[in-house]
Design a protein around this ligand. Structure first.
Ligand code: ADP
Length: 215
C-alpha cells in the first residue's frame, strides 16, 4: 500500500480514515495534533508552548512541528504511513519534501478530503474521544454515539471532548485551513500527487481511499 498525506479541513474525518487504514493494513499513523496533545499531557516545554495556540485554533510554529515529524519518519522501518495534520503550511510541505528525498520516500498520495463546512462543524461539536484507546464517537450521530453516554464501548473508559472543539476555535481552524491549504494544494498538484475524495460518508470514503492507495 502507498503512504498517504491528508489535507483536510478540521473534523473532515482524517482521524476516522486513518484509524480504518491502520486497522486494516498496519499503517503507521502520524498525527501532529495527537503528538502535540501528548506533549501537553506530559507538560513538556513544547506542550506548554503549544497549548494556548491550539485552544485558539492557531498554528504551532513550523520548527516545532517539523522536529516532531522528522523523528517519526526516521523510525518507520519501511512501513507505509499516514501523515494526518501535516503539512499545514507551504514551508512545512517543502521541508517534508526534503525529508522524503533524504529518506528515499516517493510512493505516496496526497488525499484532500472534501466535506461541507456545516457537516465538519457538527462533527467537531459532537466529537468525543476515548483517552485510553483513541476511539472517536459523535453525540449527534445515531450511528456513532457510544452505547452508554460518556463511556467508551470498547474499553469502558470515560470519553472527553477536545478543548478546541468549540465553535469559535473551529471557525478559526477552518479559516486558517482555507488560506494555508491553497499553496500546498498547488505544490502537490504540480507533483501529480493530489487526489480529492469526498468524505461525507465515511464507508464510501474508505473504499475510494483503498482503491486510490492500491492502484
Ligand atoms: P483538526 O484537524 O481537527 O484541526 P488536529 O488534531 O489535526 O485537529 O490539530 C489540532 C491543532 O494542533 C491545530 O489546530 C494546530 O493548533 C495544531 N497543529 C496540528 N498540526 C499542525 C501543523 N502541522 N502545523 C501547525 N500546527 C499544527
Amino acid at each position: 500500500m502507498r503512504s498517504v498525506i491528508f489535507i483536510a479541513p478540521p473534523a473532515a474525518g482524517k482521524g476516522t480514515q486513518s484509524k480504518l487504514l491502520k486497522e486494516e493494513y498496519g499503517y503507521i499513523h502520524i498525527s501532529t495534533g495527537d503528538l502535540l496533545r501528548e506533549e501537553i499531557n506530559n507538560n513538556t516545554e513544547i506542550g506548554i508552548k503549544a497549548k494556548d495556540i491550539m485552544n485558539a485554533g492557531g498554528l504551532v510554529d513550523d520548527e516545532t512541528i517539523i522536529s516532531l515529524v522528522k523523528v517519526k519518519l526516521e523510525n518507520l522501518n519501511g512501513k507505509p504511513f499516514i501523515l494526518d495534520g501535516f503539512p499545514r503550511t507551504l514551508n512545512q510541505a517543502k521541508e517534508l519534501d526534503k525529508m522524503f528525498n533524504e529518506l528515499n520516500i516517493d510512493d505516496y498520495k496526497v488525499v484532500y478530503l472534501t466535506v461541507p463546512v456545516e457537516l465538519a462543524l457538527q462533527r467537531a461539536l459532537g466529537r468525543i474521544t476515548c483517552t485510553k484507546c483513541g476511539t472517536s464517537y459523535n453525540i449527534y450521530s445515531e450511528k456513532l454515539k457510544p452505547m452508554v453516554d460518556g463511556i467508551c464501548d470498547k474499553c469502558q473508559t470515560a470519553l472527553v471532548k477536545r478543548t478546541d472543539d468549540n465553535e469559535e476555535s473551529f471557525k478559526n481552524r477552518f479559516e486558517t485551513f482555507t488560506v494555508s491549504s491553497k499553496p500546498i494544494v498547488e505544490f502537490y498538484e504540480e507533483k501529480n500527487k493530489l487526489v480529492y475524495i469526498d468524505s461525507i460518508e465515511s464507508d464510501k470514503c474508505h473504499e475510494t481511499m483503498k482503491e486510490t492507495l492500491n492502484d
